[in-house]
Design a protein around this ligand. Sequence first.
Ligand code: C2E
Ligand code: MG
Ligand code: MG
Ligand code: MG
Length: 292
Amino acid sequence: ETRRRDNSQFHSYDREMDRRAQQRIDLTRELRVALENDQFELHFQPKVDLATGTMIGCEALIRWAHPERGMQMPGQFIPVAEQSQLIGPIGEWVLFEACRHLREWQEAGLDLVRVSVNVSVDQFRLGDFTHKVREALETYTIDPAALTLEITESVFSEESETLRRQLNDLHALGVRLSLDDFGTGYSSLLYLQRYTFDEIKIDMGFVRRILDEPLNRNLVSMILGISEVLGADTVAEGVENTAVRDALLELGCRIGQGYYYSMPLEVEDFRWLLEKHSRLPLAPPTPTDTPL
Ligand code: C2E
Ligand code: MG
Ligand code: MG
Ligand code: MG
């Protein structure tokens, strides 16, 4: 009797696996169609000088305008794209599209200095990523220093000679490299020494709890110290209010991103923001800077 029960549990577990596998196959097929039919779009979120509140760059974030299910966030499809190698062509699209927009803004005289693009480790595994970056920069005559590649920390969970070579090549090209979600992954101090980063992004998890407990504040302070030793800029993710902004400034963090300044915006809205705010602050600067 127990055996029969175990058996039926096994079967329902099996069916659940099948269902998931099928979902992944369906999603993969839909992603291929999405690429062909141009259903992806980039949204842009400002990177801000915390002391003055002015924009110093932006991060491109992918969205999928699904014909039936509406706007899909990257968490809903990027993992599947990574498993199916579709991340290659999708990542390439993101890279070229970000450079294309940057070129447009530059031609319109909007003085945004930089655009950041998120890159998956799988894009490095496919081998020709450095070549694609060079091609995108040439196609849109972009100064390499205006492009930052954000690489999530989990990339460094494995020792890889090809990865190291590609990061070195990108660096030699003059592109900026950023370590995303710092503090959540696997990177050891050894990796930080082995690869060169121009920027470290403090994961939102630490930033948002900075006021809650002294430990978090100390961790953020420690990350800022590591960045300084490496000669990298530090960017705080997820700045949602003035209290957090002030705490960050007090600890010596100069750059941030978050809903306090702006949500990621679709390109028309972001362009409007650029036109209106390329010199004006996005939010009031620190109280000490503002005459009452
Ligand atoms: P990320 O690169 O760490 O991006 C930051 C995420 O935090 C974005 O979510 C952004 O919308 C969100 N965010 C920004 N400010 C705030 C805030 O103040 N509060 C809160 N709660 N959230 C904030 P999103 O757009 O859903 O992207 C999630 C992740 O998906 C990204 O994390 C990145 O790892 C990945 N991703 C996004 N676009 C791409 C892409 O084009 N290619 C690849 N490979 N990955 C991408
Ligand atoms: Mg990022
Ligand atoms: Mg991040
Ligand atoms: Mg993240």
